[in-house]
Design a binder for this molecule. Structure first.
Ligand code: ADP
Ligand code: MG
Length: 237
């Protein structure tokens, strides 16, 4: 315990919440399958980044997480890797419809980056990842979603459009990520985020990542996360 505390202090890490799982130092401690470890190695990831060391065991334990860390700290893998495990844990994945994992990001560029990373880790398992953002034809997205996806990576506006068109349902969604939540607020996506969250069952696992935590983001987090663990890396304004 004390060792963990001192280690966190040295790296400007703050973690708060009840019964927080211990951080890891190596990917090998995560209990990932050989296929997932292979995909991690193939990506050139030798060791988890600071936020990954803290967040991976917590997310893998099924807890809700508020992750606060600056750009470039490796937040994507911190939510994508546990998402793959979460999806593979679904007992009857071949039944039902709609995504199990839903990831929202503020811009098409960010959504596209997450899409590419998610695809790399999903590929060994045959998990289908759908891209739901501008710059891709809506009709093509409609068809892709109709064919079936276990994961959608989306900008909030386009996801709402496709939900209205009944291209997908959220009936099966149990893993929700709001990435760069502060930027989604800046871009005026609060109503869309709330609408999306409102369509997903309340017993889902919810993860919220943000570079900053202004009051509005804090308030949303309080409303939509259950008993979250907060992980902060570095000094955050
Ligand atoms: P953030 O979302 O915090 O801005 P990203 O998830 O986009 O950060 O990661 C930033 C960069 O670091 C990406 O190029 C990513 O591939 C790389 N990266 C992530 N995790 C690791 C790791 N464990 N080892 C090496 N590189 C990593
Ligand atoms: Mg990111």
């Amino acid at each position: 315990e004390q060792e963990v505390d001192e280690y966190r202090k040295g790296l400007a890490i703050r973690v708060s919440g009840f019964d927080v799982p211990k951080p890891i130092k190596l990917f090998e401690e995560c209990g990932f399958s050989t296929a997932l470890m292979g995909a991690i190695t193939k990506q050139g990831y030798e060791k988890p980044t600071t936020i990954q060391c803290q967040a991976l065991p917590i997310v893998l334990s099924g807890r809700d997480v508020i992750g606060i860390a600056k750009t470039g700290s490796g937040k994507t893998a911190a939510f994508v890797l546990p998402m793959i495990v979460h999806i593979m844990d679904q007992p009857e994945l071949d039944k039902g419809e709609g995504p199990v994992g839903v990831i929202c990001a503020p811009t098409r560029e960010l959504a596209h980056q997450i899409y590419l990373e998610a695809k790399k880790f999903a590929k060994p398992y045959g998990i289908r990842v759908g891209a739901v953002y501008g710059g891709v034809s809506k009709l093509d997205q409609f068809k892709e979603l109709k064919a079936g996806c276990e994961v959608v990576v989306a900008t909030p506006g386009r996801l709402i459009d496709l939900l209205k068109m009944k291209a997908l349902t959220m009936l099966r969604a149990t893993y929700l990520v709001l990435d760069e939540a502060d930027r989604m607020f800046d871009l005026g996506f609060e109503p869309q985020m709330r609408s999306i969250v409102g369509q997903i069952r309340p017993d889902r696992q919810t993860l919220l990542f943000s570079a900053t935590m202004p009051y509005k983001v804090e308030r949303l987090a309080r409303e939509i996360l259950s008993d979250p663990v907060r992980v902060t890396v570095g000094e955050v304004g």
